[in-house]
Design a protein around this ligand. Structure first.
Ligand code: FAD
Length: 469
């Protein structure tokens, strides 16, 4: 590396620059997925949008790649890159709630826990994800679905505007009426278009209590329960959302000790109505099977949002795949149930997410997120601790994913893709060409490319690859 680079960077960036060896560098370069071990040349701990502008201009002037860290949860680790200028947004976590107009403003480094807590203090919420340590930024920029998405849409469907630092270092506000092309692209296009310093969302009245929690079933009942889930879940009322998970039973008090550590099917249930309504609406999913135990109960919305945090904490190595499904056919259900006994660690899982409802009210080209008509997404996940197990775990996951692919339809959710690059067509399908044209307008040199990269249109070469699964 150029010996003069660090002094130049230090001079241009000022006290917000953190270099290798400085206090905080090691902690700031880490991301949620412990498999990722990359070392940026410098980390800019941005305190405001001017720091972000300066960082973007400095990277361009010094010929450095840029990567941006929001909540750091991206499975592919796209928040951190070797030798790059990393913009750490974690100090931009201001959240403002305008309860009168049902509007929330969240900084580009806020987490869902911070946004949820502030909004719920006024009885309101923005539809987010299901683990509250996740960043508002990355989750929203990819689409963003969780328990409220069937009722109120994706996170992007509730985005009113965004303040963004563009590749040329200018700040733009984009919304339906300002830079509408960019606003369309931001709603699913990931971090391809700039650094978002503030999101403005529409809020909805939620809670304070909702019904939430897992109900566990024996693996012997899994086929029957999953068949009922396949049949009834898509037509549940929008205030209900249920994800199914073939997993290892945790040592929780609602399960008998004899069940701990065995393979089970879990229905993780959310219902924004009363306990009576929830029981009536969800009953059909159980297919008459006797649960092993249940923690499904009324509880504060913020508690529901944090319920899964410990199970998906920082520090483990992870590898995922995600598949779209137009139905859950019996062959797929058989496959998943047959694969469950082979889960390689107690933290690994075969997860099925339910979409539909308000997500599907918009067409696939209404925003950059193109998977709106998909009712189910399967997400097999391997989670382990030792580096020496990497090959075995990734091998298992790829094998499982290949088998599931036989029952999937094309496309994959950008926020669940573990491969660091090369999946833009899978992620964006028919929206990719429009995204590439917008990329050419706002980032022609492809400065923001540590993501599922959308090549600027003029740089696209060669024949277009077929839409793959
Ligand atoms: P980061 O790794 O910081 O960023 C992700 C991407 O966004 C990177 O490319 C980064 O450069 C870019 N980026 C970050 N901040 C900014 C910014 N301010 N401006 C511009 N670009 C930025 N997804 C769902 O939809 N629903 C879920 O329920 C859900 N649950 C999850 C649970 C866990 C435990 C994990 C690990 C992930 C989950 N996800 C979920 C996926 C999640 O949406 C993605 O991992 C997302 O990328 C996380 O955003 P982040 O800001 O935390 O990540």
């Amino acid at each position: 590396m150029d010996d003069l680079l660090n002094p130049r960077l230090a001079e241009r960036l000022g006290p917000v620059a953190v270099f290798p060896g400085d206090a905080g560098y090691e902690q700031r370069r880490q991301v949620w997925n412990a498999s990722i071990d990359r070392s940026p040349a410098v980390i800019v701990v941005a305190g405001d949008s001017d720091d972000v502008r300066n960082a973007v201009k400095t990277a361009a002037a010094c010929g450095l790649d840029i990567c941006v860290k929001g909540g750091g949860h991206n499975i592919a680790g796209s928040a951190v890159a070797d030798g790059a200028l990393m913009i750490d947004m974690s100090n931009l976590k201001q959240v403002e709630i305008d309860a009168e107009h049902c509007i929330a403003r969240a900084g580009g480094g806020a987490t869902w826990a911070e946004l949820d807590a502030a909004a719920q203090a006024r009885g309101l919420a923005v539809p987010g994800g299901v683990v509250s340590s996740t960043g508002v930024a990355g989750l929203t920029l990819g689409g963003g679905f969780g328990w409220l998405a069937r009722l109120h849409g994706l996170a992007i469907d509730n985005l009113l505007s965004a303040e963004i630092v563009l590749a040329d270092g200018t700040i733009a506000i984009c919304s339906q009426t300002e830079h509408a092309d960019l606003f369309w692209a931001l709603r699913g296009g990931g971090g391809n278009f700039g650094v978002v310093t503030e999101f403005t969302f529409r809020l909805h009245p939620v809670g304070p209590d909702v019904c939430f929690g897992p109900t566990f079933f024996a693996l012997e009942d899994a086929r029957e329960v999953l068949s009922a889930y396949a049949q009834h879940a898509p037509s549940l009322p929008r205030k209900a959302c249920v994800w199914a998970n073939l997993m290892t039973a945790p040592p929780v008090p609602v399960l008998p000790e004899s069940v701990h550590g065995t393979k089970v099917l879990t229905l993780m249930q959310f219902h924004a109505g009363t306990a009576e309504e929830a029981r009536a609406d969800l009953h059909a999913l159980y297919a008459g099977a006797e649960p092993l135990g249940s923690a499904f109960a009324p509880r504060p919305y913020t508690e529901a949002q944090g319920f899964l945090d410990a199970a998906y904490d920082f520090g483990a190595r992870n590898y995922w795949r995600a598949h779209n499904h137009d139905t859950l056919k019996s062959q797929l259900i058989d496959l998943l149930v047959d694969l469950a006994p082979g889960l390689p660690t107690p933290e690994s899982e075969l997860l099925i997410c339910l979409l539909g409802g308000a997500i599907a009210d918009k067409s696939d080209d209404a925003t950059a997120f193109p998977h709106r008509q998909i009712p189910f997404m399967t997400t097999p996940g391997a989670r382990w601790t030792e580096e020496t197990d990497d090959a075995e775990m990734i091998g298992w996951l790829r094998h499982v994913s290949d088998r599931i692919t036989e029952h999937a339809v094309p496309g994959s959710y950008v926020n669940f893709i573990a491969e660091p690059e090369g999946s833009a067509r899978r992620a964006y399908g028919g929206n990719l060409a429009r995204l590439a044209a917008i990329k050419r307008k706002y980032d022609p040199a492809n400065l923001f490319r540590f993501n599922q990269n959308i090549a600027p249109q003029s740089l696209s070469t060669g024949p277009r690859a077929p839409l793959s699964r």
